[in-house]
Design a protein around this ligand. Structure first.
Ligand SMILES: Cc1ncc(COP(=O)(O)O)c(C=O)c1O
Length: 453
């Protein structure tokens, strides 16, 4: 990169909009230079992206999906137990197991349900602890609370937004039974480190791959590295059916246990043998997925291509730093294309001012999760419940409360995050990606105007 040979601080301070623009192929910036000369759209200038240019619609719908739903409707097979081998759910499970390279798959009603089923099936419950991320959908935490275990929050690596292995290690206690790494944005967590720790401390690993369908790490699909892996097919996800989820795994008896739990404690032979909710995927959800899976890999590849393109354009630009990826990452689910906003490179404008200016240019990025889950009221709620007071020594709960106040990596991530939602935007064309970069660079070029917004 151009910075070679000069100090980083020097390099940054000598950057100009023109030199940053020069870091990317001239075609992109040549086309925008005229517009860049003008004002920010937020201050009356011409927007980079005209309003008539639309992003792909989400959720994705095609004729094959509609046909599958019609077929299921007409068949009268509306519940998986009506056709355990040939129904839509069974067919989805076979396909998704094949796509992830896992031996078994169980469809569920949501990603949250999938995670909660795994916790219960592993025999984790009152008095046990599960270490997970504070930067996730609340479904991750809720899945641990459902079995009345204690969700222990470890801090993040502020560059990858994933669990920091060193803090996970610090958070292990004699009560820890499992780690639940979240592949946030659909990019792989540091699974080498997670699996090593799991081995060392004899812990189970439940991968929260809810955002990471089809992504791969060291030759394996996310969700197939730990003991069990979970996916979400909620409407915003890159493979979607409204609400839906799946568990994948290779251990037959553990997956049978997951089946039993998800089937209100009734096993595959119809015997009522355990405790469990009724969390079965329904045939209509599976029908939508069955219509969608044949083309899902195409869209997955496109997301990865567009993400790599954006990353190449942002290379060396210090104002927005794309999510760090671990060695071993082969591809990502790209639920979001995520970047850290460095305000010092935008004339100290707030992230809100930056996003406002960008939105006026026709590019809507989002701050995503506003607060880490350690800042939400559920912690005080559970600590006041008799059940948690009975299950854990008071000293442990005090220490737990205090530890959850100090997750500075997560706080930093929450304050710097900006995302381009990946499911729809990342299946758009290269010229749409160019619009994103042009808008960012235009706003950067006019950064001294941002603080007046
Ligand atoms: C990382 C993560 N975990 C868990 C979930 C929960 O999945 P669902 O919404 O399908 O219950 C989601 C969904 O947003 C998620 O993004």
């Amino acid at each position: 990169m151009a910075a070679k040979g000069i100090g980083r601080r020097n390099f940054i301070s000598t950057l100009t909009a023109a030199s940053i623009a020069g870091m990317v192929p001239s075609g992109v910036f040549a086309a925008q230079s005229g517009r860049q000369a003008g004002k920010l759209a937020a201050l009356g200038g011409q927007p980079v992206r005209p309003a008539f240019k639309k992003w792909p619609k989400w959720p994705y719908v095609d004729d094959r999906m509609v046909e599958e739903v019609v077929k299921t409707t007409k068949s009268g097979i509306w519940s998986r137990i009506q056709s355990p081998v040939n129904g839509a759910v069974a067919s989805f499970e076979k396909q998704f197991a094949g796509m992830t390279g896992s031996k078994y798959c169980i469809g569920t009603g949501s990603g949250t349900q999938a995670l909660a089923i795994c916790v219960e099936a592993l025999g984790i419950g009152p008095g046990d602890e599960v270490i997970t991320s504070p930067y996730t959908d609340f479904g991750t935490i809720s899945a641990i609370l459902t079995s009345r275990a204690l969700p222990v929050l470890a801090d993040l690596d502020a560059d990858s937004y994933q669990l920091d292995p060193a803090d996970v290690r610090r958070k292990i206690t004699p009560a820890t039974k499992a780690i639940m790494p979240v592949h946030i944005m659909g990019l792989p967590a540091d699974m080498d480190a997670m699996m090593e720790m799991a081995k060392e401390f004899n812990l189970k690993v439940i991968e929260d791959a809810c955002q990471g369908a089809l992504a791969r790490y060291r030759g394996r699909a996310l969700g197939t590295i730990g003991d069990l892996g979970c996916f979400s097919f909620q409407a915003s996800k890159s493979i979607a059916c409204g609400e839906g989820g799946a568990i994948v795994g290779n251990d037959e008896s553990l997956m049978d246990q997951c089946y039993t739990v998800h089937n209100h404690g009734t096993n595959r032979k119809g015997k009522h043998v355990a405790i469990g909710p009724k969390n079965r995927m329904n045939e209509f959800e599976a029908a939508i997925l069955n219509g969608q899976l044949p083309t899902a890999t195409e869209r997955f590849r496109l997301r990865n291509r567009n993400a790599a393109y954006l990353t190449s354009k942002l290379k060396g630009f210090p104002g927005l730093v794309p999510q760090r990826q671990y060695a071993g990452t082969e591809s990502g689910g790209y639920y979001n294309y995520a970047m850290s906003y460095k305000k010092e490179h935008f004339h100290n404008a707030t992230r809100q001012q930056f996003l406002k200016a960008l939105a006026a240019e026709g590019i809507a990025l989002s701050p995503y999760i506003p607060n880490g889950l350690h800042r939400e009221p559920w912690i005080d709620h559970i600590l006041e419940l008799d059940e948690y007071k009975k299950m854990f020594p008071a000293a442990r709960l005090r220490e737990y409360r205090e530890a959850a106040r100090h997750l500075s990596g997560c706080d930093q991530v929450c304050s710097e995050m900006v995302v381009l939602p990946g499911s729809a935007a990342l299946i758009a064309g290269t010229s749409d990606m160019d619009d994103v970069i042009r808008a960012i660079m235009k706003v950067h070029a006019h950064r001294e105007q941002l603080t007046s917004l």
